[in-house]
Design a protein around this ligand. Structure first.
Ligand code: SF4
Length: 413
C-alpha cells in the first residue's frame, strides 16, 4: 500500500460512520452528482429514481459502502439480527416454468421430484418439538393438490400443535394461484389465511417486476401488479411481509430501480414490509445457465444501493445460505443488518441453484461468531424483530441453554 493510501485507510478506519460520510463529502475527487447524493443521504433526504440509476452506473463500491453503512448504523448501530428457523418445502414440482429456477421440476418430470403429504409436513414440524426454533418458513412449487383448503388445514394443524411457532408461508405466486382456483378475491383470501394461522409472508416470487424482463424469465406466474396487490391486501390486515429482488441476470440497472421504486411506493402506503432481501441469480442447472453470475463486488454494490434507495424499509437481509458466509460478513458493512437464520439444512432452493453452501445449517454459536468476528453485535430476533437474546457478551464454553427461548408444545399427538 502506498503511503497516501495507507494514510487514507487509517484515517477512514478511525472514524465512525457519520465521520466517514462527512469526510467523503469534503473529497475533491467526488463528482458533483455523487456528492449531491451523498449530501442527501447525510441529511436523510430520499433519492430519486434517476439518482438510483446513477448510483448503479457510477457509484464505486467504497463510496456506496460509506453511504449505506451510514444509514445502517443510523437505523441499527452495530446490531445484526438472526433467527432460529427451519424450512418446509412441500414440493419441487411446479406448474410454472421460470427460466432461472434450478429447483422446480415440471409435472412431466414427476419422478425427479417430491410431494410431501400433510402428515409428512406435520411430522417435520414435530421433529422440532425440542428445538428452540421460533419460525417455520414454508414455500415451494405450485401444484393443484396444494390448494387453499390444504394450506388452511396445514396452518391450523401447526397452530394446534405449537401455537407460538411463527408461520411465514407462501408467496403471491401460490396465493394468486390458489385464490383463483377457489374463486376468492385477494382481500378475502388473505383474511382466510390469517384466520387459519398464517403470521407473515416471505418475500419470494418478486423476481424483477418490469414486464420487459418478467415476461422473459417468469412469464406465466402472477405479474407485478398482482404480487403487489396481494402484499397490500395482507398489509391492510395489519400484517407484515418481506420483499425480494432477483438480480444479476438479464436485467439492466434501471429495471432494479424500477423494482425498488414500486416497493417503496407500496411501503409508503402501508408500512407493512419489514425486510428487503436481494437474491443473487445463480446459474447452475437452469435454463439460464449461459448467463454469467455477477461478481461479489456487484453483490456488495447492490446491497448498498438497496439500503440507500429503500429508505422506508427497516431491514436489509443477506441470505448467508445463498451468497456464502464470507460475503454475508462483508455485506454487514454495505447496509445489511440481518443474515437470516440457522436453517438446519432444510432448504434446497439455494443449493440446487449452485450456492456455495450445499447443506446450509449453522448453530447459534456459529452465527454469533460469524457476526462478532467482523465487529458487529449479534442479536437473536423473532420473525417480527422482537429481541429473543442479546449475544454481545455471551461466552460459549458452555452452550448458553438458559438463553434458549422454548415455545410450548400443546398438542403432542
Ligand atoms: S421459481 Fe417458483 S414458480 Fe417459478 S418454476 Fe420455480 S418453483 Fe415454480
Amino acid at each position: 500500500m502506498t503511503g497516501v493510501l495507507a494514510k487514507f485507510a487509517s484515517q477512514i478506519l478511525d472514524m465512525d460512520a457519520g465521520e466517514q460520510l462527512a469526510f467523503l463529502l469534503k473529497s475533491k475527487h467526488l463528482d458533483d452528482d455523487l456528492k449531491h447524493i451523498a449530501d442527501k443521504v447525510f441529511n436523510g433526504v430520499r433519492i430519486t429514481v434517476a439518482e438510483g440509476v446513477l448510483l448503479y452506473e457510477r457509484g464505486e463500491v467504497g463510496y456506496l459502502g460509506v453511504l449505506a453503512n451510514f444509514i445502517r448504523e443510523k437505523k441499527h448501530g452495530d446490531i445484526t439480527y438472526f433467527n432460529r428457523n427451519f424450512h418446509i418445502e412441500p414440493t419441487n414440482l411446479c406448474v410454472y416454468d421460470c427460466k432461472f429456477c434450478s429447483y422446480s421440476r415440471l409435472i412431466k418430470q414427476r419422478d425427479d421430484g417430491w410431494e410431501a403429504t400433510m402428515e409428512e409436513m406435520l411430522s417435520q414440524i414435530k421433529s422440532y418439538d425440542n428445538e428452540p426454533v421460533t419460525e417455520v418458513h414454508i414455500v415451494g412449487g405450485v401444484l393443484p393438490q396444494y390448494n387453499m383448503a390444504f394450506y388452511m388445514d396445514l396452518f391450523t394443524a401447526i397452530k394446534r400443535h405449537r401455537p407460538n411457532l411463527h408461520i411465514k408461508a407462501l408467496t403471491p405466486v401460490e396465493y394468486h394461484y390458489i385464490f383463483k382456483k377457489a374463486k376468492v378475491d385477494y382481500a378475502t383470501g388473505m383474511a382466510m389465511m390469517k384466520d387459519a394461522g398464517l403470521d407473515s409472508m416471505p418475500g419470494g416470487g418478486a423476481e424483477i417486476f418490469h414486464p420487459e424482463i418478467r415476461e422473459q424469465i417468469a412469464k406465466d406466474k402472477c405479474n407485478a401488479e398482482q404480487w403487489l396487490q396481494i402484499h397490500e391486501a395482507w398489509h391492510n390486515l395489519g400484517m407484515h411481509s418481506n420483499a425480494t429482488m432477483l438480480y444479476g441476470h438479464i436485467e439492466a440497472y434501471w429495471h432494479r430501480i424500477d423494482h425498488m421504486e414500486r416497493l417503496r411506493q407500496l411501503q409508503d402506503r402501508t408500512g407493512g414490509f419489514q425486510t428487503f432481501i436481494p437474491l443473487k441469480f445463480r446459474n447452475k442447472d437452469n435454463q439460464m445457465s449461459h448467463v454469467p453470475e455477477v461478481s461479489v463486488v456487484e453483490d456488495l454494490r447492490n446491497y448498498a444501493i438497496s439500503r440507500i434507495y429503500l429508505d422506508n424499509f427497516p431491514h436489509i437481509k443477506a441470505y448467508w445460505a445463498m451468497i456464502s458466509r464470507e460475503t454475508a460478513q462483508l455485506a454487514l458493512s454495505f447496509g445489511v443488518n440481518d443474515i437470516d437464520g440457522t436453517l438446519d439444512d432444510t432448504t434446497k432452493i439455494y443449493s440446487m441453484a449452485g450456492a456455495e453452501e450445499q447443506h446450509p445449517a449453522m448453530s447459534t454459536r456459529e452465527l454469533v461468531e460469524l457476526i462478532r468476528s467482523v465487529g458487529r453485535h449479534p442479536v437473536e430476533r423473532d420473525t417480527l424483530y422482537n429481541v429473543i437474546a442479546d449475544y454481545r457478551d455471551t461466552e460459549f464454553e458452555v452452550e448458553a441453554q438458559s438463553k434458549f427461548y422454548r415455545l410450548p408444545v400443546l398438542d403432542n399427538k
